[in-house]
Design a protein around this ligand. Structure first.
Ligand code: SAM
Length: 142
């Protein structure tokens, strides 16, 4: 089976290579970056508010190949791929938790970037949706 996704925007950051780019967004918490969503996505951003935490899902478009055992943070110790956040993966999908700084039409400003400038966006969703209803079936007494 082949799955195809179309990017819905692009991430603008000051990072252009591995040495400039934080390994995790918390390593540069004050750097404000931008997501330029395609203009037709603007209505879908209407209820995104400053201060909210979102999962930003993107493509590691400059990743090549993968190994199933990798050095943690590029330097070690060695760990199995799926127990790490390494960018070189069979499906090069990135997931970063970001904080919204502001929204202007189709442009979202945020902190928490750990991706290269020009990285394609696949999706964005709240870390914890206000619509989320916990499943309390495990705790209910009969
Ligand atoms: C360790 S990954 C973590 C990314 C994300 N938080 C995650 O967990 O999926 C971050 C590193 O991926 C690399 N990277 C960032 N953007 C990339 C891109 N568009 N293509 C390939 N590698 C990228 C950079 O070396 C960066 O330091």
């Amino acid at each position: 089976m082949t799955i195809e996704y179309k990017p819905i925007g692009v991430i603008r950051t000051p990072y252009h290579n591995r040495s400039e780019t934080p390994k995790a967004g918390r390593d540069a918490p004050d750097t404000v970056c931008e997501i330029i969503f395609d203009e037709e996505m603007e209505e879908g951003l209407r209820d995104v508010k400053p201060g909210e935490r979102y999962a930003l899902i993107f493509c590691f478009d400059r990743s090549e190949g993968y190994k199933l055992t990798v050095p943690v943070r590029g330097v070690g110790p060695m760990k199995s791929l799926f127990a790490t956040r390494a960018p070189h993966r069979p499906n090069p999908i990135g997931l970063s938790e970001i904080t919204i700084v502001g929204v202007d039409k189709n442009v979202v400003r945020f902190t928490g970037a750990d991706m290269f400038d020009g990285t394609p966006v696949l999706d964005m969703k709240p870390v914890q949706s206000p619509d989320y209803v916990p499943d309390d079936s495990q705790t209910q007494q009969s």
